[in-house]
Design a protein around this ligand. Structure first.
Ligand SMILES: Nc1ncnc2c1ncn2[C@@H]1O[C@H](COP(=O)(O)OP(=O)(O)OP(=O)(O)O)[C@@H](O)[C@H]1O
Length: 271
């Protein structure tokens, strides 16, 4: 079978490279995401994790290499079409509409499913009404799933940071993704909030069957939720395996020692 078309492989990255001027941010990186797994990219600062992430969400075009998603060449898909393929993401620094409520943010997030023309909208046909009902149903389901009922009509600007992170997760889930990209889900969270985030990720995997690709620094979260971990250093793959295998890999500890980071527990300050 050709690359990325095996039924249990959702996404396959093959020999991905990206150069920014003189910096080879990602160098010949290959890996496969299996359906239903939580797969985490780790590595010291500047290792290339975010760049890989941005290549998959199509913010960047690789200098060479290919990404296949469900057999389709993702690197040929226009960036604005990625969400329609069932790929959703969260951002390290949270990207929500601050002056809209939680409910409104989720409804806006659902817009990826609306492909109707303006005249249809004006006529407000039965089909449009049914789509609206479906959207409402899905959004309310996600609010219940992530226990956000208490905040549904609160403006995002008035929410504690930890709740905003969950709202961002909800916004991504409201699009009904098959693949969820989480960019440092624990960044800015305290220990208790990070524990809650681990539970949400486990629930998303177990109850919704969504495949998760995550960039994360907090090794306690990584070990708790990841099926497999890929360690990067200086743009290259250093190790791939279970969390325990990767943490035991001598090159991984060395890479962290050579940086300002610490492989055992990395907690970033609240942005
Ligand atoms: N837009 C860009 N322009 C120029 N260089 C970049 C750009 N984005 C990343 N780089 C460089 O590419 C390399 C990899 O960066 P990247 O952000 O992917 O690392 P990272 O592993 O995500 O690090 P961190 O944990 O600090 O977020 C670094 O040397 C970085 O300075």
């Amino acid at each position: 079978m050709s690359l990325g078309t095996e039924p249990d492989i959702l996404l396959a990255a093959h020999a991905l490279s990206l150069r920014f001027g003189g910096v080879l941010a990602v160098n010949q990186v290959s890996f496969e995401l299996r359906r239903g797994e939580v797969f985490t990219l780790i590595g010291p600062n500047g290792a290339g994790k975010t760049t890989v992430f941005n290549l998959i969400s199509r913010i960047y075009q690789p200098s060479s290499g290919e990404i296949r998603y469900k057999g389709q060449v993702l690197t040929q898909v226009a960036p604005h079409r990625v969400a329609r393929l069932g790929i959703a993401r969260t951002f390290q620094n949270i990207e929500l509409f601050e002056h809209a409520t939680v409910l409104q943010n989720l409804l806006i997030g659902r817009h990826v499913h609306h492909r109707r023309s303006l005249w249809r909208e004006w006529l407000f046909t039965a089909r449009v009404r049914e789509a609206e009902r479906q959207t409402r149903r899905k959004v309310e389901e996600v609010i219940d799933f992530l226990d956000l009922q208490h905040y549904r009509d609160t403006l995002v600007a008035g929410l504690p940071y930890g709740v905003r992170k969950v709202v961002e997760l909800a916004r991504a889930l409201a699009t009904e993704p098959e693949l969820l990209l989480l960019d440092e889900p624990s960044s800015g969270l305290n220990v208790e909030e990070t524990g809650d985030m681990a539970f949400w990720i486990e629930d998303i995997q177990r109850d919704l069957g969504i495949t998760v690709l995550m960039v994360e620094h907090d090794m306690s979260l990584v070990s708790k939720v990841s099926d497999r971990v890929l360690a990067m250093n200086q743009g290259e793959v250093l190790a791939l395996g279970t969390p325990a295998e990767v943490q035991a890999h001598p090159g991984v500890a060395e890479a962290y020692l050579g940086s300002a980071d610490d492989a055992s527990s990395l907690r970033r300050p609240r942005p």
